[in-house]
Design a protein around this ligand. Structure first.
Ligand code: C5P
Length: 267
């Protein structure tokens, strides 16, 4: 049987680091949403595991058990051909491999705990707006967010997640503030602007070009929310409508032809 699966980009609208466990893992408090753009999987049941990768970011993607999708298939007890169209930059703070793995798990109807595959996998398995806490293993649905028009920008640098966590100076930071249910766009943007991504400063220290990305987004976002996602390097800005997001994406792409720039809808 052939199955198509969509692996959306994951965006951390907030990412608060609230502590560190004895085993080194960090405690997180994060509002996560998903984009209407991402990778695509085509799965065909068969007796053997095989993997093919195409798409603009295919280069360097492993086609063996080093790939998280392959590991997800093993966990779910599924075998066959996995064709992955890699449209998202990897090592980029937007889910990448975690979302691919979660898409396979959803497609083969594996609904059990898959946190062994990585901290972002449970929230990607859920695949809708959620508050992620614990070390990523606790996922609480968040309903009633307004649709968010966004521009995503990645400057093409890899940011190793462990290095960013290591560079974080203060491990115990305040959790997210309470968010009123079904906020208006204005109230939501005000709330978001008061929250943080605690990994932004250590990521900028690791890859200073992230500061250039944040500056370029701030110039077009005119006071709107501008922030890094995950451990970077992808950053986002939010806009009032699709038209403004599209124009902003065109401006940034024209000024920085070597950056990956996309406008999209987050929900
Ligand atoms: O779970 P995942 O493979 O995505 O995590 C990559 C690395 O990020 C971990 O090895 C760890 O260094 C760091 N991390 C962390 N605390 C978390 C999630 C990830 O310290 N909650």
């Amino acid at each position: 049987m052939a199955i198509e699966a969509f692996a959306p980009a994951k965006i951390n609208l907030t990412l608060h680091v609230t502590g560190q466990r004895d085993d080194g893992y960090h405690l997180l408090d994060s509002l996560v949403v998903f984009a209407d753009m991402g990778d695509r999987l085509h799965l065909a049941d068969g007796p053997e595991m095989r993997m093919e990768v195409t798409g603009p970011f295919a280069e360097g993607v492993p086609t063996n058990d080093r790939n998280l999708v392959w590991q997800a298939a093993l966990l779910a007890g599924w075998t066959g051909l996995i064709q992955l169209e890699k449209n998202l930059p990897h090592g980029a703070g937007i889910g990448g491999g975690s979302s691919d793995a979660a898409a396979l798990l959803r497609a083969v109807r594996f609904a059990e705990d898959a946190s062994v595959l990585g901290a972002d996998v449970p929230v990607c398995q859920y695949g809708r707006a959620a508050r992620m806490s614990g070390i990523g293993d606790i996922v609480d649905p968040v309903a009633g967010l307004p649709p968010l028009h966004a521009v995503l920008v990645n400057p093409g640098v890899h940011v190793p997640t462990p290095r960013v966590f290591d560079a974080l100076k203060t491990k115990e930071n305040p959790a997210m503030e309470a968010l009123a249910p079904a906020p208006s766009m204005g109230a939501f943007v005000r709330w978001l602007n008061d929250q943080r991504n605690d990994l932004e400063a250590p990521a900028v220290a690791t890859q200073p070009v992230i500061a250039d990305v944040l500056k370029a987004l701030s110039e077009v976002a005119r006071g709107g929310v501008v922030r890094m996602s995950g451990s970077g390097a992808t950053c986002f800005a939010l806009f009032e409508n699709a038209g403004r997001a599209e124009l902003a994406a065109k401006d940034i792409a024209a000024a920085h032809p070597d950056w990956w720039v996309r406008d999209c809808l987050l929900s």
